[in-house]
Design a protein around this ligand. Sequence first.
Ligand code: OGA
Ligand code: MN
Length: 299
Amino acid sequence: MGITVRKLHPHFAAEIVGANLRDVDDPTFVQIRAAFEEHSVLVFHDQHLTDDEQIAFTRRFGPLEETTRSIAQNTRVAPQIADLSNVDAEGNTLSADDRRMLYHKGNQLWHSDSSFKPVPAMASLLSAREVPPEGGETQYASLRAAWDALPRAMQTRLDGLVAVHSFAYSRALIAPGLLLPEQEAALPPVKQRLVRVNHVTGRKAVYLGSHASYIVGMPVDEGRRLVRDLLEHATQPPFVFEHRWRAGDCVMWDNRAVLHRGRPWDTKRYRRVMHRTTVAGDGPTVPDPVVAADAVPAV
Ligand code: OGA
Ligand code: MN
């Protein structure tokens, strides 16, 4: 196929030119996979994939996660598709106070997909079906650049620490009571290493995001302050790449190495239809990751 990798940012992110994701031969896939490990965020323009085509391409990276069928989901899509649209199954625009819109609002906080699951997601692939003329960008922050920029003493302090990630915690930041008790019970908090190593490139990344609630073995306040300070450090403008969507784009990112967040748009005026597929991680980041639900202090 003959692809070209065009860097989009000094620290990470690249556009892949010349790939048709419906028809990727094995040598080209090897190149895309290597580019993914190296650049963390890959942009593919003009793909216009159907759900089945998106699922087929994503599967080449490994087994897919199935979405939690929760308030945000509609059932018109396959379980391997997370529907991030502000449009319901009948094609009507959701109102701003619809529970599903509140739930989507969580995507506007910096996060790493599924970091609240015992096995967090490896990669996500988001495709744009309909985009607003303004707003609705997606931003990415390089957790490797953030790690590299930390003072050596801080790196030494962080290496080996474990954070507790909780979906109930991050959703309580949006709207208390957003999750039903049974939804909360189905997703107990989990431990994740604060520093992750990529086994292909050897590069380290500081792993956190909105679901990170506190640090194991540290007073809760102190852990929260550390998580907040690190998040602020990691999302400074020089470490951030912003993608402005065109309909037909696909963007794939490495959840082990970047945070992302959606930017607001005028949801009453404009439709935004986005479908995501998610590649499962290859294992937990710590042994025995699940924490008892009542171990997470209130917000
Ligand atoms: C996601 C996500 C943000 C956006 O797809 O996981 O957080 O811009 N998306 O829609
Ligand atoms: Mn996300």
